[in-house]
Design a protein around this ligand. Structure first.
Ligand code: PLP
Ligand code: COI
Length: 341
């Protein structure tokens, strides 16, 4: 199969429309068979549930070309189950998890020409999502839904790739206790837009959200979990009911313990501990592992000892091991790699 002629090495994290996507509709209590379609547009009634009350949830995962030339996905079963959790929380029907994996398979196969070559630094980002499609005017769940998966080739989420970023403590909260912070619902991202634009206008790359109840504990950013490395080389990562259970973070915890022999602490992390860490990073499908060099809290600067030039040494080891597993250079734990082609 001939690859598309794209400038793979210089792709940013943007949308490039490809020819094929998957669609399945839910009506009268059942999902239809689903199929690949070439139509990138969705025509819905003006009163569709998604437009009125934001009844929409999504996922994000990637397809990679491995060193030996296969195309694989990383732990799509966990995206399937997280989408099911998200759907249940918004009173949407669950798209069956085995069918989710099958849809991913079909979309990646159909877009194989868009899977960036091994070593290009780019990947094929997959965006599964579902939304309420029939008219809803009283506040209630829709009766009809659409599930879709599209694909778009992407480069690094942060400009500058592996260069450490500067983040600020947000004055806005991301997710309330007992709210929806733990699911991947569009509404969590709508509310973050003003916060991220405010951060950008003030010269920061990202926000650090604190726990809304006490504003003393570190939660996450708008699109990634945090990892920290202590001076004695432990991995510390925040635990909270209102952050998204990142698949990348869960994988990094495993890699740290089982591949690198590190101690892993998944616990509440006080903001006051930040000054004691040796390294800091963001992790997620889009972010992969992006190092953080500086955190600014209302004028107070916390400089992470690993600095602003490159990733800290342990963050680098975690990055190399994780991406090595994803690209087939390092043997993966059982069940982590789904071979597509
Ligand atoms: N936190 C938020 C709010 C996110 O949107 C994402 C992205 O999916 C993550 C964390 C990272 O999760 P994952 O590693 O599963 O992509
Ligand atoms: C992902 O990492 O897949 C996400 O959905 C995060 C988003 C900010 C792009």
């Amino acid at each position: 199969m001939e690859k598309k002629n794209l400038d793979w090495a210089n792709l940013g994290f943007g949308y490039i429309q490809t020819e094929k996507r998957y669609v399945s509709n839910y009506k009268n209590g059942a999902w239809d068979d689903g199929a690949i379609t070439e139509d990138a547009n969705i025509v819905l009634n003006e009163c569709a549930g998604v437009f009125q009350y934001a009844q929409t949830v999504f996922e994000g995962l990637k397809a990679y070309t491995t060193e030996d030339g296969h195309i694989v996905c990383f732990r799509p079963d966990l995206n399937a189950s997280r989408l099911a959790d998200s759907a249940r929380r918004l009173e949407m029907p669950v798209f069956p998890e085995d069918r989710f994996i099958d849809a991913i398979q079909q979309v990646v196969e159909a877009n194989a020409a868009y899977v960036p070559p091994y070593g290009s630094g780019a990947t094929l980002y997959l965006r599964p999502y579902m939304m309420g499609t029939n008219p809803v005017i009283g506040v209630k769940p829709a009766d009809e839904y659409q599930f879709r998966v599209f694909a778009t080739p992407v480069g690094p989420y942060f400009k500058g790739g592996a260069k450490p970023i500067t983040i600020c403590v947000s004055d806005f909260d991301r997710a309330a206790p007992h709210g929806t912070g733990h699911i991947k619902a569009g509404l969590n991202y709508a509310m973050s837009l003003h916060a991220i634009m405010t951060a950008h206008r003030n010269g920061f790359d990202e926000n650090m959200y604190l726990d809304p109840a006490t504003r003393t504990k570190i939660e996450e950013t708008g699109g990634a979990n945090f990892i920290f490395i202590t001076k004695d080389n432990k991995l510390v990562t925040p635990k909270s009911d209102s952050i998204l259970p990142s698949i990348t973070r869960r994988s990094i915890m495993y890699v740290a313990e089982h591949y690198l022999g590190m101690t892993v602490e998944h616990r509440e992390v006080e903001f006051s501990e930040l000054k004691d860490f040796a390294e800091a990073g963001l992790c997620g499908t889009a972010a992969v592992i992006s190092p953080v060099g500086k955190i600014v809290n209302h004028g107070e600067e916390i400089l992470i000892p690993s600095g602003m030039e490159e990733m800290g040494p342990t963050t680098k080891k975690l990055y190399d091991t994780l991406t090595g597993i994803q690209m087939g250079r390092i043997e993966a734990p059982e069940g982590w790699i789904k071979k597509i082609l």
